[in-house]
Design a protein around this ligand. Structure first.
Ligand SMILES: Nc1ncnc2c1ncn2[C@@H]1O[C@H](COP(=O)(O)OP(=O)(O)OP(=O)(O)O)[C@@H](O)[C@H]1O
Ligand SMILES: Nc1nc2c(ncn2[C@@H]2O[C@H](COP(=O)(O)O)[C@@H](O)[C@H]2O)c(=O)[nH]1
Length: 204
């Protein structure tokens, strides 16, 4: 049997750059981890592709999946549902491949309860003014929503202690290289390497 893969969860406040950093990580094809495509009820944006960016579903379909236990976690975020399909994560980890989730904070904390052996990385802003200017610069929110996101960001930063690692996203390339380093060193942790031998011994 293959060793189980490691679950990697990248999370942090809105606008900190989670999506930007995740895309940069996956541009490097030498990474062998799998990206878990989320499900959402939000409308598809221009250029987004079903099954690549998200699985776009109706509210009814999403709620049916919640009921049937088909999601590892889910959250309501700015009026829409977002969630992680459970089966893909389970199957991929069981096949020995690492799985990468990029999700907001409520969802990350749900996953931590269910899979504490994962790696939980909090992407943090250089400072709060820079976070605000990134959200403003993105041009997707009005001022009331921006203020709400900043309030949430402060509450989320206070939850950072529930994560294993904090990576400051000052420069994208620096954040990407720190995250890759974390994943590499997690693979070398004695507790994880021991699991490998325990499995082997059990199979003897
Ligand atoms: N290191 C960085 N330096 C400067 N700008 C950045 C950096 N990282 C991301 N940005 C910019 O900040 C804005 C927000 O980034 P992004 O959409 O990736 O954040 P997010 O955390 O995924 O947000 P949300 O959770 O709301 O989807 C974008 O305009 C992006 O180009
Ligand atoms: N809890 C979850 N959050 C998720 C998931 N997939 C994405 N997200 C987060 O939602 C927001 C908004 O995303 P956007 O694509 O509409 O900009 C962002 O913070 C994502 O990280 C998920 O499966 N579960």
């Amino acid at each position: 049997m293959a060793d189980r893969g490691i679950l990697i969860v990248l999370s942090g406040p809105s606008g900190v750059g989670k999506g930007t950093v995740r895309k940069a990580i996956f541009e490097d094809e030498s990474n062998d981890f799998a990206y878990s495509i989320s499900m959402t009820t939000r409308a598809k944006r221009e250029g987004e592709v079903e099954g690549k960016d998200y699985f776009f579903r109706s509210k009814e379909e999403f709620e049916a999946l919640i009921e049937s236990g088909g999601l590892l976690e889910y959250a309501e975020y700015v009026g829409n549902y977002y969630g992680t399909p459970l089966q893909y994560v389970e199957d991929t980890l069981a096949s020995g491949r690492d799985v990468f989730l990029e999700i907001e904070v409520q969802g990350a904390l749900q996953v931590r309860e269910k899979m504490p052996e994962g790696i939980y990385i909090f992407l943090s802003p250089p400072d709060l003014m820079e976070l605000k200017s990134r959200i403003i610069g993105r041009g997707t929110d009005d001022m009331a929503v921006i203020e709400k996101r900043m309030e949430m960001a402060i509450a989320e930063i206070e939850m950072m202690s529930l994560y294993d690692y904090a990576v400051k996203n000052d420069k994208v390339e620096k954040a990407v290289s720190k995250i890759k380093g974390i994943i590499k060193s997690e693979h070398l942790k004695v507790s994880r390497v021991l699991e490998h031998y325990k499995t082997m011994i059990e199979e003897m």
